[in-house]
Ligand binder design. Structure first.
Ligand SMILES: Cc1cc2nc3c(=O)[nH]c(=O)nc-3n(C[C@H](O)[C@H](O)[C@H](O)COP(=O)(O)OP(=O)(O)OC[C@H]3O[C@@H](n4cnc5c(N)ncnc54)[C@H](O)[C@@H]3O)c2cc1C
Length: 392
């Protein structure tokens, strides 16, 4: 039996998700990509099998919030379909807003809906003029008695048009920079919330990515999440915990592509023997597997750290390292998988070209990998200053 960092109970959950992914989602993956339609049947499968239930504690309708188990599930699902893996990762993004900043009443109202999958979540931070520079957002929320009035436009929002619960960031004090941003929960039914067109994309085609407009959209003041002016800090605290979700999606893609390439290399023959016997191909497969194992080590450590309640710079740094390494791994490994399959790798008949297209976005969203490098270097500098020189 190979050593496994998961407990017997955790392995049981992983194996359930793995079986579901292989038997029910894998046969749908190519069609989801081809049709570019949001896979409601996968959401239904997740609901039926309690896949969202690791997002919340029992008192809020889950089986016990576990970052590690959510990451493991995203990884398993993304091995066969990254669009489907993203559904769980984004649901975690939404749930985190409540877990980190929700008042008791907000947690009671929203977490059970997210942990059952009754409602899907969306996280609306990016705008046409502000992606990496999130603090430059222009959307506004003006206080008007017992309500806030939201005006603005959000772009590239995953689950736009399929989510019922939007976590929205807007300026409540335009002159105050980072400290002028606040977070709100806005239901899809709120008057003044409109969803624009769905963007055609390179990959994760079944995932909806679109614009969300707020035109004098009124929400009760009680829909504010956390303190007024605390929205930017909340957004960053959420990202520290959600970036590993994208890392898990990326690792799933990388491992799925490696597994497929290995099977192909065992059966494809050239010059009288299976290509896996050619050392250049075997070396490529070995590098792919090594990168996946290293990525998994980082990812699981990150999940365990979140579950242990580690906060602040230590988590910020490891989360950025994990996102950077796992997503760069996904891009490199899926590209190599296409190479292992030769001309067949370039054809839509095989899943590795889809995996390569799907991998690209993991280097871009939830903070591009340039931004992750900036975050890591900033934290290294902070540590070095605190130690007063080389100290490790
Ligand atoms: C499919 C998809 C789904 C998405 N889903 C969501 C979502 O659900 N919610 C949400 O809020 N957003 C979402 N996004 C937005 C995503 O997070 C942003 O696209 C991303 O953060 C980059 O922002 P940008 O596109 O404005 O690029 P820019 O910020 O304009 O960056 C352009 C280039 O410049 C580089 N760059 C920028 N600033 C610096 C710097 N200081 N130093 C070095 N390099 C820099 C970037 O790395 C990048 O290469 C999604 C995007 C995509 C593609």
């Amino acid at each position: 039996m190979p050593h496994d960092p998961l407990t017997a109970e955790q392995r049981e959950i992983r194996d359930l998700v793995r079986t579901l992914a292989r038997e029910r989602i894998a046969p749908r993956a190519a069609e989801i990509d081809r049709s570019a339609e949001f896979p409601w049947d996968v959401v239904e499968l997740f609901r039926e099998h309690g896949i969202f239930s690791t997002l919340a504690d029992e008192e809020h309708g889950g089986i016990g919030a576990s970052a590690l188990m959510t990451l493991v599930s995203v990884e398993e699902i993304s091995k066969v379909c990254a669009t489907s893996g993203l559904i769980l990762a984004v649901q975690e993004l939404g749930a985190l807003a409540f877990k980190l900043a929700g008042a008791d009443e907000q947690k009671r109202a929203y977490l059970p809906r997210l942990a059952s999958g009754e409602a899907l979540a969306a996280y609306a931070l990016t705008e046409p003029g502000s992606g990496s520079d999130a603090a430059a957002m222009r959307s506004e929320a003006r206080r008007d008695g017992d309500e806030y009035v939201l005006d603005g436009a959000k772009r590239f929002i995953t689950n736009a048009g399929v989510a019922q619960v939007y976590i929205v960031f807007a300026q409540t004090d335009l002159g105050a920079g980072h400290d002028g941003i606040s977070a709100f929960v806005v239901e899809s039914s709120a008057p003044g919330l409109e969803v624009g067109r769905s963007e055609p994309k390179m990959g994760i085609k079944g995932s909806r990515t679109g614009e969300v407009f707020f035109n004098r959209c009124r929400v009760p003041a009680s829909n504010r999440l956390g303190e007024e002016g605390g929205g930017f800090r909340l957004a960053m605290r959420i990202l520290d915990r959600s970036r590993p979700g994208i890392a898990a999606q990326a690792l799933g893609l990388a491992q799925g592509a490696t597994d497929f390439a290995l099977e192909y290399a065992r059966s494809r023959e050239t010059m009288g023997e299976p290509i896996v016997k050619h050392q250049l191909v075997a070396g490529m497969l070995a590098d792919m597997e090594t990168r996946c194992e290293a990525a998994r080590g980082l990812l699981y450590r990150c999940g365990q750290m979140i579950d242990a309640g580690v906060e602040g710079p230590e988590l910020t740094k490891l989360s950025a390292i994990t996102k950077l390494f796992c997503t760069d791994t996904a891009m490199a490994v899926t590209t190599d998988a296409v190479q292992v399959l030769g001309g067949y790798g370039y054809m839509q008949e095989y899943p590795v070209e889809r995996m390569m297209r799907d991998a690209k976005v993991t280097q871009i969203y939830e903070g591009t990998n340039q931004i992750q490098r900036l975050v890591i270097a900033r934290e290294m500098l902070r540590e070095s200053r605190a130690l007063g020189g080389p100290g490790r």
